[in-house]
Write a protein that binds this ligand. Structure first.
Ligand code: SAH
Ligand code: SF4
Ligand code: F3S
Length: 459
């Protein structure tokens, strides 16, 4: 123990990082720390970083810069930087040099050593850097989750795909799967504690189990979790299109707890660009997969990640991406502007796209995708959806909010309902961000019309 009492964790990046942070919270509380009311009140600040894009890294640097004053005021403050950025040697060294008041830089592969590392780092004058290539899986670490109704459950770590733009395999290491019995036990324990929905996490969940070499795969895991008593919904992400098999669609069809929402990153609609990205599929394959899903799982929602401005992307390639969003009709898309990541093959590819062109392309993409998302949500009017009630709506405490099995947020009036209840709601309208629902009594959600200006921009 360092003798300190309040901690604060700042998390950047994807659900995998959020899930890691829940373990960091668990570790800190087990050590006797309590959550600080604000960053200023903390005795230990841990920053869980993301390196997928430069903007994510700059946010971390901005925060570290601001912490300098706090450290001057509170010399005993312990600052630890963990997560994906720290796995790049030059970045870890840069943090040490530029922000020498950081006590500890710790890699993604050594979270279990955090208690000892914090203790050592607190007494050290110099920044301590402890990183090693991530391997193995963590079991048995304490977890403190933000929500008791829904939980992230990592099923595998790392990635073997090496898409040419992506830093993740470099910072998260090779694919390794948790044992099915450990995952089952975690989900069972969660359910006993009141959890009703789990989202299974991995960079490419469809290759779960390949490292076992015994034929056990993601479909088997889904089928087994479908038997957990008390669990209502199973979600998963992310699905790499190249590994999403027809067999998996069969399993999903047969296991009613698996929800009808699939996040299947497209990245680009151009075969030339997909090849240069090393994605391992082409347009035709992707479209066939989508129609396979739609034919067998009617009403399935499909969301995606799309990138613009990959090196060599010409107007015709971008037009092919725009064409794919028309053909697929995504319920929603996360959109990204390509940016160079040091050490990835795309960094040195010829024909980098000028910034103003990338900005123009993402603007057109977001504009059209937002229209499609609104159309899809407006079309929901008149349908009945099963909703898992999450509690009062943030926008209006007199209304309830919850999600459909297709993962759409619904705001609706509910009389005697409480968090965790399942209820059928009639949809009466939709906007970009959510659906409106009504109880049989006829009460209506007060929010109005499509909110066409809202944009999801990830740069
Ligand atoms: N494993 C997931 C994605 C993880 S990263 C998958 O394969 O789908 C999340 C998203 O960040 C990616 O889908 C991609 O669209 C985006 N991304 C990754 N590297 C990027 C880069 N260098 N520039 C811009 N966007 C990037
Ligand atoms: Fe990155 Fe590709 Fe792996 Fe996703 S599948 S994490 S985009 S390398
Ligand atoms: Fe996730 Fe960012 Fe790391 S997207 S895996 S936190 S680089």
């Amino acid at each position: 123990m360092t003798g300190k009492s309040h901690y604060h964790i700042v998390t950047f990046g994807c659900q995998m990082n959020e899930s890691d942070s829940e373990r960091m919270h668990g570790i800190m509380e087990q050590l006797g720390y309590t959550a600080a009311g604000s960053i200023e009140d903390s005795d230990v600040i841990l920053i869980n970083t993301c390196s997928v894009r430069e903007t994510a890294e700059n946010k971390v640097y901005g925060l570290l810069g601001r912490l300098k004053k706090l450290k001057e005021k509170k010399p005993g403050l312990v600052i630890g930087v963990g997560g994906c950025m720290t796995q790049v040697e030059s970045t870890a060294a840069h943090i040490k040099k530029r922000y020498p008041y950081v006590n500890l830089v710790f890699g993604t592969g050594i979270m279990h050593q955090l208690p000892d590392l914090l203790e050592q780092a607190a007494g050290n004058k110099k920044t301590m850097i402890i990183c090693r290539p991530p391997e193995g899986v963590y079991e048995g670490l304490p977890v403190k989750r933000e929500d008791d109704l829904k939980a992230w459950v990592p099923v595998m770590y790392g990635c073997d795909n090496f898409c040419t733009y992506c830093i993740v395999p470099h910072v998260r290491g090779r694919e390794r799967s948790r044992l099915p019995e450990d995952i089952f036990k975690e989900v069972e324990d969660l359910t006993l504690a009141g959890c009703r929905e789990v989202t299974l996490l991995g960079q490419n969940v469809n290759s779960y189990g390949k490292d076992f070499g015994n034929g056990y795969g993601f479909g088997d895991l889904l089928a087994s979790l479908n038997n957990v008593q008390g669990l209502l919904r199973i979600r998963f992400m992310t699905s790499h299109p190249k590994d999403f098999s027809l067999g998996l669609i069969d399993t999903i069809e047969k296991n009613p707890k698996v929800c009808e929402h699939f996040h299947i990153p497209l990245q680009s609609g151009s075969d030339k660009i997909l090849k240069a990205m090393n994605r391992g599929y082409n347009r035709d394959y992707y479209l066939e997969l989508i129609s396979g899903i739609r034919n067998r799982i009617p009403g399935a929602a499909i969301t995606t990640d799309i990138m613009v401005g990959f090196p060599g992307e010409k107007e015709a390639d971008f037009a092919a991406t725009m064409d794919m969003i028309e053909r697929v009709g995504y319920d929603a898309a996360y959109t990204f502007i390509y940016n160079k990541r040091a050490g990835t093959p795309a960094e040195n590819m010829a024909d980098q796209v000028p910034e103003d062109e990338k900005t123009r392309r993402i603007g057109s993409l977001i504009k059209r995708q937002n229209q499609i998302s609104i159309e899809k949500n407006v079309e929901e009017a008149g349908r009945i959806h099963q909703i898992l009630v999450e509690g009062p709506s943030r926008a209006d405490v007199n209304m309830l909010s919850g999600r459909t099995r297709t993962n759409k947020l619904v705001i609706f009036p509910g009389r005697a309902l409480k968090k965790g209840d399942l209820i059928d709601v009639k949809i009466i309208g939709g906007s970009l961000t959510h659906l409106k629902g009504e109880e049989s009594g006829g009460n209506k959600c007060p929010c109005v019309g499509p909110i066409a200006e809202v944009q999801h921009v990830h740069t």
